[in-house]
Design a protein around this ligand. Structure first.
Ligand SMILES: O=C(O)CCC(=O)C(=O)O
Ligand SMILES: [Fe+2]
Length: 270
């Protein structure tokens, strides 16, 4: 589905360029932001050359919490301002999309915004760098996963690499120029009691060009206990809750520790 998102081409270019400049900083400057704690407001990680299971991971990343509080590196100069504007704009686009999602579930358009407390919703700016890889067949940029939030907006620097899983098979996808690729996340699946499915995806690497992608997920406020919308279960609907409620914060802690959390909260059919 194509909709006018109202974010300028020049802002998209500037934010990708800012990421490029950040990743080009000397390693010791980026390592100031290095850390394992998932709650660190600004976190840089370098995973190139680490073998996990059957693949070598081949990715550096920068993850910043940008809402409700905006945290961002103070270099390269001007990047933080561009990223703040980009975060604000993408948040508006996601909120607009969620109005349509609310209506598609039979609710008034502000339902998800209110139910998920999006005024203090948790938004992350996640930039990924996939350097040229000499042996792409034994490496993986980012392994198969689902995003934990409600919706994620993704852009890239014209180099392909994203794959999504459909009916058990992997398909290459490539955002159209000047557009966002929108992925549905775990919390949309939970809230909609499975009417929306969280999309499984991964990023492969190549031996020709460096790829940069920026994923911006928006989720509920961290203290929000999220389970299936009460209107979609029980009573006349004849449907049972298919997911256990949990705070978004607890959920993220499990997911980012590498445990597949959606499987944990899914209630098996008796
Ligand atoms: O690089 C990509 O295309 C995917 C990135 C991604 O899935 C993520 O950052 O969660
Ligand atoms: Fe993702």
């Amino acid at each position: 589905m194509l909709v006018n998102h109202g974010v300028s081409e020049s802002l998209m270019k500037q934010v990708l360029e800012g990421c490029n400049e950040f990743f080009n900083l000397p390693m010791e400057e980026k390592m100031e932001f290095e850390g394992k704690d998932i709650w660190k407001p600004i976190r840089f990680g370098t995973g190139v050359d680490v073998k996990v299971e059957k693949f070598f991971f081949w990715r550096d990343f920068l993850k910043c919490y940008v809402h409700p509080h905006f945290s961002f590196p103070n270099k390269p100069k001007g990047f933080s301002e561009v990223a703040e504007e980009y975060s604000k704009r993408t948040r508006e686009v996601i909120k607009e999309l969620l109005k349509g999602v609310s209506e598609s579930l039979g609710f008034e358009e502000s339902y998800i915004e209110k139910a998920m407390n999006l005024d203090s919703g948790s938004q992350i700016f996640a930039a990924n760098l996939y350097p040229i890889c000499p042996q792409p067949e034994i490496a993986m940029g980012i392994p198969a996963h689902t995003d934990h939030g409600l919706l994620t907006l993704l852009i890239e620097n014209d180099i392909r690499g994203l794959q999504i899983q459909h009916n058990g098979e992997w398909f290459n996808v490539h955002p159209l120029p000047n557009s966002f690729l929108v992925n549905s996340g775990d919390h949309l699946e939970i809230l909609s009691n499975g009417r929306y499915k969280s999309i499984k995806h991964r990023a492969v690497v190549n031996n020709k060009a460096t790829r940069i992608s920026i994923a911006v997920p928006l989720g509920p406020s961290l203290d929000k206990v999220v389970g299936p919308a009460p209107e979609l279960i029980g009573g006349e609907t004849g449907r049972r809750a298919a997911y256990l409620p949990m705070t978004y914060k607890d959920y993220m802690e499990r997911q980012l520790e590498g445990k597949p959390c959606l499987d944990h909260v899914r209630i098996p059919v008796a």
